[in-house]
Design a protein around this ligand. Sequence first.
Ligand code: DGY
Length: 330
Amino acid sequence: HHRAMSALPKVYVTRRIPPDGLDILRKSGQVQFELWDSDDPVPRVELLNKVKGCDGILCVLTEKIDAQLLDVAGPNLKVLSTMSVGYDHLSLEELKKRGIRVGYTPEVLTDAVAELTVALLLATSRRLIEATHEAKTGGWGTWRTMWLCGHELANSTVGILGLGRIGVAIAERLKPFKVKKFIYTDVEPRTELANMINAEYVSLDELAKQSDFLAICCALTPETHGICNWNLFSKMKKNAIFINTSRGGVVNQEDLYEALSTGLIAGAGLDVTTPEPLPTHHPLYTLKNCVILPHIASASYTTRNAMSALAANNLLAGLRGEAMPKELKL
Ligand code: DGY
């Protein structure tokens, strides 16, 4: 009895994940797992201690999976499953070198992220946060002809930086708002996806110049790090609304602050920042035309459970030596 137990692959789960994923792990009978049973990230020292000798790790995006951690984990480690579609917290090169397979969670969060992106876009362009603040703090004097005017989607050009599943889903949702034109840029044309939303491929320069709304939907990589900088903002329209639901690292925040505070662009909605959490004293919070959300784009009950279930199933399949439901090609 004891032998059978100790023969089960050892797994460390770095966070209290939504119930669906935990149920799958428990009921599988396939692994013995330990859980950092908290809503807050596991301290690095504790993490390094716990991954020693593990066969599998299920993590979230706050854990840096780098050479140091992989060295400490040791040669038993076969599978790393992240409960996220983003993988900028993983050293892919180091994982590949060690032959460790990686699972992630694309698709299951696309609807939730697209929905939140539209909500953030409208909240920013129609100044909803400013408006509710005015209403409850006595700023609502009377109906005024130009008060709290914003920019509308009707007849606009919407630009997408990084056209993937999420960019397409955003465009599909925005289309009924009578958007005139969708444009996008990427490392190369993505014709199949672009055709779904009738989007035109343009250069980054043209994207900046033509967009009334610019949605950032790319992965954070060395190539996209800081790609939204002064060079980009200075080419944008004065009425432009900038929306980022990808990763904070794609934005140069000092340049964004300058662009917003000098009226170079009209507004920004950010669900992601550098760092996270963004300290409450950060200058971006002082700007009325900047709406900041605490990284909640995938935060629906359904989606977070689906992500946790997929992460669990990726992990279990990987440990069985089978194809994962969603495996990252390294
Ligand atoms: C992801 O999955 O990468 C998001 O940032 C969190 O859902």
